[in-house]
Design a protein around this ligand. Structure first.
Ligand code: FE2
Ligand code: FE2
Length: 380
């Protein structure tokens, strides 16, 4: 018991330090916004009128949504459409060559990218506003946005929280939703094969070098490979949200917080469903990155593929659920609640999104949010 208390105390102290540091660093930009209202007294963890577990789960989700927003914003600057609907998004004409390569996957890609970005902005704004309305501590990661972004045409050039230029995209979601005999919750050791091996590859043009030689009518294979990597990455990100919300919903107490999770989660699923459909349109090619030497090969998933890879199997194949004694069932997977937040954080980290983040406090803070969310228990 004492041991548990000292761990909790240590964490609270560290959080207090981080928050105070964050507050000092962010004070200029925070202003009189929502964040200020959510900041607790020195060293004190505030849940306001929310059950502490619910506040912890919402804070982890707010952090995840802020990270999602940051990466989607980069995609939207380069490959989206002009819009006034997304406050904070700077669209200066995009990158027409990258956009043309994305449109090989679907002509509507730019619209979808901007709409997904819009959704993420609203998710994080809503969750933080809800926390603040209950007097609970909110989440602000803005002072950790220090990673240099793309310098290609269309990029706002601002510093980022996430790095899209060295991604290891786990594409096992593809086969996970197409294999009807396996569920990661029932057999965590089963290895779902990758649809594409994407290691240390960029999903955006890093500079105008990556678009050199391309025309709108005829993007180079190198630029296509970048766009196709983005296509598979979009689905990776959104299937993560698809699992995260139902996983965490199982441990919330307040009916209203449950409603929030049950209402946001399925929008992630709508995104995932769209993106995995589009990614399957990637055309076959191999590209060796001239800067890193990393190779990627896309094959034609629309023809002569086993069921586990077949591009148009975008509806979830049923699979075993809860126990193999039950008949198979078409479901989201995984949805195991134990360790769900840490699992999500690990997936984002392994993806390479934080490569270039030099401030250890960023990783400490995210881990604390995840640990707190995973310790949350449903109150009776
Ligand atoms: Fe989201
Ligand atoms: Fe999302």
């Amino acid at each position: 018991m004492e041991q548990v208390e000292s761990v909790v105390q240590k964490r609270t102290n560290r959080r207090a330090f981080l928050r105070n540091g964050a507050l000092a660093a962010g004070a200029a930009t925070v202003g009189a916004g929502l964040i200020a209202r959510g900041i607790p007294a020195l060293g004190e963890e505030t849940s306001g009128h929310l059950p502490p577990g619910d506040a912890a789960i919402l804070r982890f989700l707010a952090a995840a949504e802020i990270i999602e927003t940051d990466l989607w914003e980069q995609y939207a600057e380069l490959g989206g459409v002009s819009t006034k609907e997304v406050p904070g998004l700077k669209f200066t004409g995009g990158n027409p060559l990258y956009t043309a390569a994305l449109q090989i996957l679907d002509g509507d890609m730019p619209q979808y990218i901007t709409d997904n970005t819009d959704d993420e902005f609203t998710h994080q704004h809503f969750i933080n506003a809800y926390l603040a309305s209950k007097g609970a501590e909110t989440v602000d990661l803005s002072h950790f946005a220090t990673i240099p972004g793309s310098t290609a045409k269309g990029s706002s050039g601002k510093k980022r929280l996430t790095n899209l230029m060295n991604l290891n995209v786990d594409t096992s979601y593809w086969t996970r939703y197409r294999i009807d005999s396996e569920n990661p919750d029932l057999d965590p050791n089963f290895v779902f094969p990758q649809a594409v091996d994407i290691d240390n590859r960029t999903a955006i043009p890093r500079s105008d070098n990556d678009t050199a030689g391309s025309t709108v009518a005829n993007p180079t294979d190198h630029l296509k490979a970048i766009a196709f990597t983005a296509g598979f990455h979009f689905a990776f990100i959104e299937q993560g949200g698809t699992s995260l919300y139902p996983s965490l919903a199982q441990r919330v107490t307040s009916r209203q917080v449950l409603r929030i999770l049950l209402s946001i989660g399925p929008t992630e699923t709508m995104h995932f469903q769209t993106w995995q459909d589009k990614a399957g349109n990637a055309t076959p090619l191999t590209d060796v990155d001239p800067e890193t030497g990393a190779t990627v090969t896309f094959k034609d998933l629309t023809k002569n593929q086993p069921e586990s890879l077949q591009a148009n199997l975008i509806m979830p194949e049923p699979c075993p659920f809860l126990s193999r004694k039950f008949p198979i069932c078409s479901i989201i997977r995984p949805t195991e609640t134990k360790g769900a937040a840490m699992g999500a954080l690990k997936a984002l980290t392994d993806d390479g999104l934080f490569i270039g983040q030099k401030d250890q406090r960023f990783f400490d803070l995210l881990r604390d949010y995840a640990e707190d969310a995973d310790e949350a228990q449903r109150e009776e």
